[in-house]
Design a protein around this ligand. Structure first.
Ligand SMILES: Cc1ncc(COP(=O)(O)O)c(C=O)c1O
Length: 503
């Protein structure tokens, strides 16, 4: 077995650095996870960004490592602590200690996972993981794919493959892509990179549960064909970022089959649900996709840089990404294998599969499934508690680990409610109560919680919601006080009544 001390013994690294690193690592291990009293977010103001930039510039001469490490800690102090128990922003990565260990291992070995010659061990793990993950989704044995840096690149890789498989180059200008109004921005970006224009994206409205409306979709495909356009790609959401909604995957797979479209499922967030015994039924049908993107650094509790693209047939990736170069000609993949540089946009790449493998191998799928289920439980707790308080509206069904809600006391017009909810979010963060940021749901400013930290307990959620309600009430009071001087911003029908309520 190799030893991580090899470099040290060979004299390539001064042993002082190793000692410093060792004591620093011990220190690092004690700072996770952050206690609730820690600031959820600490950030540099504009003038501080400038001064920090100047301060951190490397100089011509060497500097003492411990002082640079100290500086690094100050740099990292200025961040949103995504694993803070009161942080519910975006889709936060909450890596397990195992994932951090796997990441460290990957960095220390620093293998280039480009090809079988350079990285046969880690690449065997990557190939096994692709087969295992594909199997969990119900993709066939022909599944292929690779690890990429995240969901955006996974989406882009799949879209390039779909384009090359489905369209003759002369058809690209007439091609149409179907998404819903809840589709993640990375799809639009990927389509732009792949050479498609905005007018080629046919955005289908979603229904009351924020799932693509399949009747409107069928109608759109029909109409587009009649006008000479070339429908070729249907993008399904398996866990939309705004609300966690999951498109009707079987219905979409049927439409894709009937219409001869490529079905890509963006499962960056929601594909992980397939690992839960309890909730797997929600993503039933995902295995009928032609391609799926999936993020390890979302609901598989990995560190950033862990994305996965899966293809029903590995040949689709080869068609788009297989290349040869004179200097690579000596690199032969063993029979039955393909070098990973022929499956993705990258050449040199880290062995990204290792940390997810280490995590799953150690925990097992059942435990991972339970950690995912905890996210469901926390979201249901939030949903339930929000409904107990006056003036709150749940803005979309809570289906996974995302809850969207609005403080909507009667008597305020839309603009006033939007402003009120925005201020509630800002104050929650400023007062270090919680990171509950806003999104727009049907154009309205809405609070949003993503509850996927498996270390958080339902009692914590209940307590946070209590505090959110208290703060909302106090902010409503402020709003009324301000409005007393500007009555025109109140709803005409009920302004008087509400002002009396507020008294
Ligand atoms: C549904 C969905 N797809 C794709 C992405 C992009 O993933 P990444 O940030 O890893 O590039 C996200 C990110 O939040 C997402 O929620």
């Amino acid at each position: 077995m190799g030893s991580i001390g090899e470099e040290d013994r060979s004299g390539n690294e001064p042993s002082g650095i190793m000692l410093e690193a060792e004591s620093f690592l011990t220190r690092l291990l004690t700072i996770m996870p952050p206690p609730p009293s820690d600031p959820i977010v600490q950030k540099l103001h504009a003038h501080e960004i400038q001064s920090m930039q100047q301060q951190v510039m490397p100089g011509d001469h060497s500097q003492d490592l411990s002082s640079v490490l100290h500086e690094a800690m100050t740099v990292f102090d200025n961040r949103m602590r995504l694993t803070h128990p009161h942080c519910f922003s975006y889709i936060p990565a909450c890596p397990t200690p195992l994932a951090r260990l796997g990441d460290l291992l990957t960095s220390v070995y620093n293998v280039n996972a480009v090809s079988w010659d350079v990285s046969s061990g880690p690449n065997a793990v990557e190939k096994a993981m692709i087969a295992w993950l594909g199997g969990q989704l119900g993709l066939p044995d022909s599944v292929g794919g690779c690890f990429v840096s995240g969901g955006s690149i996974a989406n882009m890789t799949a879209i390039v493959a779909a384009r090359d498989e489905m369209l003759h180059p002369t058809q690209r200008g007439d091609a149409v892509i179907y998404t819903s109004d809840q589709t993640h921005i990375s799809i639009r970006k990927a389509l732009h990179i792949s050479g498609f224009m905005d007018y080629q994206i046919h955005k289908i409205p979603s229904d009351d549960a924020f799932r693509i409306d399949v009747d409107l979709l069928r109608h759109a495909i029909n109409t587009d064909r009649k006008s000479g356009r070339v429908p070729f790609l249907l993008v399904a959401n398996c866990g939309s970022t705004n609300t966690g909604s999951i498109d009707p995957l079987h219905a979409l797979a049927d439409i894709a089959r009937d219409e001869g479209l490529w079905l890509h499922v963006d499962g960056a967030y929601g594909a992980s649900i397939a690992l839960s015994d309890k909730n797997r039924y929600l993503v039933d049908g995902i295995g009928r996709a032609d391609s799926v993107s999936w993020d390890g650094h979302k609901w598989l509790f990995q560190t950033y840089g862990c994305g996965i693209v899966l293809m029903r047939k590995v040949g689709s990736l080869l068609r788009s990404f297989a290349v040869d170069a004179e200097y690579l000609s000596g690199i032969l993949a063993p029979q039955g294998t393909t070098n990973f540089y022929n499956l993705s946009p990258e050449l040199s790449r880290p062995a990204r599969a290792i940390s997810l493998w280490l995590t799953l191998k150690t925990l097992g799928r059942h435990r991972m499934g339970e950690m995912i289920d905890q996210g469901f439980l926390l979201a249901q707790t939030a949903d339930h508690n929000i409904r107990q308080y006056k003036n709150w509206i749940i803005a979309a069904p809570t289906v996974a680990s995302i809850v969207v809600f609005q403080y909507a006391p009667r008597g305020l017009d839309k603009e006033a409610l939007d402003a009120l909810n925005a201020v509630i979010s800002q104050r929650l963060l400023a007062e270090n109560i919680a990171a509950i940021l806003t999104t727009k749901i049907r154009g309205r400013t809405t609070l949003r919680m993503c509850t996927m930290n498996p270390l958080v307990k339902p009692e914590t959620i209940a307590n946070v919601i209590l505090q959110v309600d208290k703060l909302a009430q106090s902010e409503l009071h402020n709003t009324y006080s301000k409005m007393a001087n500007k009555p025109h911003t109140l709803c005409r029908e009920c302004s008087v009544g509400v002002l009396q309520d507020a008294g």
